[in-house]
Design a protein. Structure first.
Length: 208
C-alpha cells in the first residue's frame, strides 16, 4: 500500500480505510481497491455492491475473526437462522486491528450463487484535502452479472457470449445485452459508489 501511515497519528475524522476486494474462484482475478471513511459494515457492503455491479438483490454476510456480521432482521428470520452481529451497528473502526495492521476477511453475497470475496484491509491513510470519499482507485475486469449462476454459471456465460455460434448465445445476449469481461473504469465506479445503490434493473425472469 502506498503512502500509508500508522493509524494512531491520524485523527479519526481524517482517517481513510483502504480495502482490496477480490472475487474468489474466477481467473483472471476480478478485484477492486476502494477507500472510505469510517462507516458501518452495512455501508461497506453497499460500496462493494456498487463497485462490483451487484444490485443488492440477495443476502450478504461478513466473516471476520470467527464472527459473522450481517443484517439480523434478514439473517435471523427463522428461515435462514444465521446468528450474526449487527452489521448496521458495527463500524469498520471496530473490526480492524487497533494498530492499523492488515486484516483479511470474507464477504459473501447471494447464498445461492455463493459469491465469496476476499477483503483485505490494507491500512489507513490521511484524507486528502478537498477529496470526496468513497473512492475506487484501482481494479480489474467486469464483475460477473447478477444471478448468472455462481462461478460455474459465469464460465458457461462467458463461453456462450464469446461465441456467436453457441446455442445459447442469442438467448443470453437478449438477457442482459453485450458483456465485455475486460471492461472496468475506476473513475466511473467511484461516481456510482457516491450515487449509492442503483435502482434495480428490469429482469425478464430468466435464470440459470
Amino acid at each position: 500500500m502506498k503512502n500509508s501511515e500508522s493509524i494512531e497519528p491520524i485523527p479519526a475524522p481524517q482517517r481513510i480505510y483502504q480495502f482490496k476486494v477480490s472475487l474468489i474462484g474466477i481467473t483472471p482475478l476480478i478485484w477492486r481497491r476502494i477507500q472510505t471513511r469510517d462507516c458501518a459494515l452495512d455501508r461497506l457492503h453497499q460500496y462493494i455492491q456498487v463497485a462490483f455491479d451487484w444490485w443488492t438483490y440477495h443476502l450478504y454476510r461478513f466473516e471476520i475473526d470467527k464472527k459473522t456480521y450481517g443484517d439480523p432482521s434478514l439473517l435471523q428470520d427463522g428461515f435462514n437462522d444465521i446468528e450474526c452481529d449487527d452489521a448496521l451497528r458495527t463500524r469498520v473502526s471496530r473490526i480492524i486491528p487497533r494498530d492499523g495492521s492488515r486484516l483479511q476477511f470474507l464477504y459473501i453475497y447471494d447464498f445461492g450463487d455463493n459469491w465469496r470475496h476476499e477483503v483485505l484491509f490494507e491500512g489507513c491513510l490521511r484524507a486528502r484535502p478537498g477529496e470526496r470519499y468513497p473512492l475506487c482507485i484501482e481494479g480489474a475486469r467486469a464483475c460477473a452479472p447478477e444471478d448468472v449462476g455462481g462461478v460455474r454459471g459465469y464460465y458457461e456465460y462467458i463461453e456462450a457470449m464469446a461465441d456467436p455460434s453457441h446455442k445459447q448465445h442469442a438467448e443470453w445476449l437478449g438477457w442482459r445485452g453485450p458483456f465485455d469481461p475486460e471492461k472496468f473504469d475506476a473513475e466511473a465506479t467511484t461516481k456510482k459508489m457516491r450515487r449509492g445503490i442503483p435502482k434495480p434493473k428490469e429482469d425478464d425472469g430468466f435464470s440459470f
